[in-house]
Design a protein around this ligand. Structure first.
Ligand SMILES: *Cc1c(COP(=O)(O)O)cnc(C)c1O
Length: 494
C-alpha cells in the first residue's frame, strides 16, 4: 500500500482510496506522495499507446492501490465517447509554438480531464474501503471546476455535490452552465464574495465537521472535488506525458529532450501536475508559471516570498483570480524534501500574517525549476487579437495569459527546447472578451457574442455550449460566506 502524507505532518498518512475519499487531511494538509521511486514511467514505453492507455498508465503509477486492470477499465469508462477527440488532449502547432488543448471535454474546460475520472475514483475508493455512507462533494469554484464537477458527479449513485461560486465572479456562459445543471443529486449556490471567500468557506465547513461530526450522523461523508483532492491531481499528470509523446512522434522533440511547459495558473494544481510528471521521470525543462494581475505566484517564484496581502483583482481570466494557491503547499513539501515542520510553519504564517518567506535553499530550488510571468488584462486582449490575426488561432483569456508569458520566457531565457503552451478553456466560454479582442465589439449578451464570434472566425462552437441556450435555470440561491455551513447542513438533511 502506497502512503500519501499530509503536507503538515509525517504521522498523518493515508492510502490512495482514503486520501481520495477524504479530500483534505484531518490536520488541514494535502495528501502528497513523497517517494517516487516506484512511480517511474519511461516515455519510450508509451509511444504506441492511445491517450486513454497513457492516462491509465500514468494514473495507475501514481495511485498503485488500484490494480492495473481496474484502472484501465475505470479510465476507459471515464473518457470514452465524452471528449471531442480520442486524442483527449491534442497538441496543435500554432506558428512556432505548440498548444496543448485541454478543453476538448464535455464542459469545454481543462478541468474535465480530471473531473471525468474523479467520480469514478471516489466510487471505487468507497467500494474498496467498504464505506456505505453517501459521499457529499463540496466544491468552491472560480468558474470552471464547478461545471466540470457537476457534470462528472451528476446522478452518480452514492454521491451528491454542492458547488459554490463567487457572485459576479464568473462569466455569463460559466454561470449558465452551472445553474442549468441537471441531476437529482446536485446543488449550486452563489456566494457574496470572491473565490477565496468561497474556498475558505468550504475549508471551514470541513473543519467544522471534523470537530463536530454532524455529517457522519446523517450517514454522509464530506469530500472535495477541488484540486486539493489527490484524485484530481493524478489525471492531470497524464497529459504532460501524452503531450511529450506527441512531440516525439511528430519530431518536435527527440526522446530524452527536455520540454518546457507554460501553464496558466491559479490554484497551482495544473502546474504541480507538471512537477509530478517530472518526478515520475518525464524530461520536463522549465515549468513557466503564468498569472494574471493576481500575481502572487509570480512574486513568490522570483523572490521566495509569498505575500497575499494585496488587492484582489477581478480579471478577464477569472479562473486564475486566486490569492491563496492551495497546491503550492504540496510543492513546498516536495521541494523541501519532506520538511513537514517547515510547511506547517509556513502555512501557519500565511494564515496568521498573510505572508511567509522560504529559506534560501528552497528559493533556489524553486528558481531552478520554475519561471514566472504575469500579464495584465490589456496584454491578454492584445495577445488574443494578435494571435488571431497572425495565426488564425483563437485563444481564450486564460490561454492568452500563458501565451504572453511564453513570449516573454522565450525572449528572456532564450531556450532551444520545445515549448508547450497549455490551453485551458474554449474561447467560447469567454466570448465577450475574445470578441472584444479580435474585433472591438461587445454585445450585451453572452450567446449573442458566441454567435458573432462564430460568424467572424468560423471556429466551431463546442456542442455543449451551443446547447445551453434556452435551458431552464434551476438554481437561484445567493448567500453570505458565513451562511455556507447552514446551507450544507440543510442540504444534507434533505
Ligand atoms: C482552473 C483553471 C486554470 C488554473 O488551474 P489551476 O489548477 O487552478 O492552476 C486556468 N485556466 C482555466 C480556464 C481554468 O479553469
Amino acid at each position: 500500500m502506497t502512503k500519501y502524507f499530509s503536507t503538515r505532518s509525517e504521522s498523518v498518512t493515508a492510502s490512495a482510496p482514503e486520501a481520495i475519499l477524504r479530500g483534505i487531511a484531518p490536520d488541514g494538509g494535502l495528501y502528497t506522495p513523497l517517494d517516487f521511486s516506484g512511480m517511474q514511467l519511461r516515455p519510450a514505453a508509451l509511444l504506441d499507446k492511445t491517450a486513454i492507455e497513457i492516462a491509465a498508465e500514468v494514473i495507475g503509477k501514481l495511485l498503485p492501490d488500484f490494480g492495473a486492470d481496474e484502472m484501465r477499465a475505470l479510465v476507459a469508462s471515464a473518457y470514452a465517447g465524452k471528449f471531442e477527440t480520442d486524442e483527449l488532449t491534442p497538441v496543435v502547432p500554432v506558428g512556432d509554438a505548440c498548444v496543448l488543448e485541454l478543453f476538448r471535454g464535455p464542459t469545454s474546460a481543462f478541468k474535465d480531464v480530471a473531473l471525468s475520472v474523479l467520480p469514478r475514483l471516489i466510487a471505487a475508493s468507497r467500494d474498496k474501503l467498504g464505506v456505505t455512507d453517501e459521499i457529499a462533494i463540496l466544491t468552491a469554484t472560480s468558474g470552471d471546476t464547478g461545471k466540470a464537477a457537476l457534470a462528472g458527479f451528476s446522478d452518480v449513485p452514492g454521491t451528491r455535490i454542492a458547488v459554490f461560486y463567487p457572485d459576479g465572479g464568473v462569466s455569463d456562459i460559466q454561470r449558465a452552465q452551472m445553474v442549468t445543471q441537471r441531476g437529482a443529486n446536485v446543488s449550486v449556490c452563489a456566494i457574496r464574495g470572491n473565490f477565496d471567500d468561497a474556498q475558505s468557506g468550504v475549508k471551514a465547513i470541513f473543519a467544522d465537521d471534523e470537530a463536530n461530526g454532524w455529517a457522519a450522523k446523517a450517514g454522509v461523508r464530506l469530500s472535495s472535488a477541488n484540486s486539493i483532492n489527490l484524485g484530481r491531481l493524478a489525471p492531470q499528470v497524464a497529459y504532460y506525458f501524452k503531450a511529450y509523446v506527441d512531440l516525439v512522434l511528430t519530431g518536435a522533440a527527440a526522446l530524452g529532450d527536455e520540454v518546457n511547459f507554460v501553464v496558466p495558473t491559479g490554484n497551482f494544481g495544473d502546474i504541480l501536475a507538471g512537477e509530478l510528471a517530472r518526478r515520475m521521470g518525464l524530461p520536463v525543462g522549465r515549468l513557466v508559471c503564468a498569472s494574471n494581475a493576481n500575481n502572487v505566484l509570480t512574486d513568490f517564484i522570483r523572490t521566495g516570498r509569498y505575500d497575499r496581502r494585496r488587492e484582489f483583482h477581478k480579471t478577464l481570466s477569472p479562473s486564475m483570480d486566486i490569492l491563496v494557491s492551495s497546491n503550492l503547499e504540496r510543492y513546498l513539501l516536495l521541494a523541501s524534501d519532506g520538511d513537514f515542520a517547515l510547511v506547517q510553519r509556513l502555512m501557519t504564517e500565511l494564515r496568521e500574517n498573510g505572508v511567509y518567506e522560504v529559506p534560501a535553499a528552497l528559493r533556489e530550488t524553486v528558481r531552478r525549476r520554475f519561471c514566472a510571468y504575469c500579464a495584465t488584462d490589456a496584454e491578454a486582449i492584445e495577445t488574443i487579437g494578435r494571435v488571431w490575426h497572425e495565426q488564425e488561432y483563437l485563444l481564450d483569456p486564460h490561454t492568452a495569459v500563458a501565451w504572453t508569458a511564453m513570449e516573454r520566457f522565450r525572449r528572456e531565457v532564450g531556450t532551444d527546447a520545445a515549448t508547450v503552451v497549455l490551453a485551458t478553456a474554449s474561447p467560447y466560454k469567454f466570448p465577450h472578451t475574445v470578441l472584444r479582442a479580435i474585433d472591438g465589439e461587445t454585445p450585451a449578451d453572452g450567446f449573442e457574442a458566441m454567435d458573432r464570434l462564430r460568424a467572424l472566425t468560423d471556429v466551431p462552437i463546442p456542442p455543449n455550449l451551443a446547447a445551453l441556450r434556452g435551458q431552464k435555470v434551476r438554481f437561484h440561491d445567493c448567500i453570505d460566506r458565513d451562511e455556507m455551513l447552514a446551507y450544507v447542513q440543510r442540504a444534507i438533511a434533505k
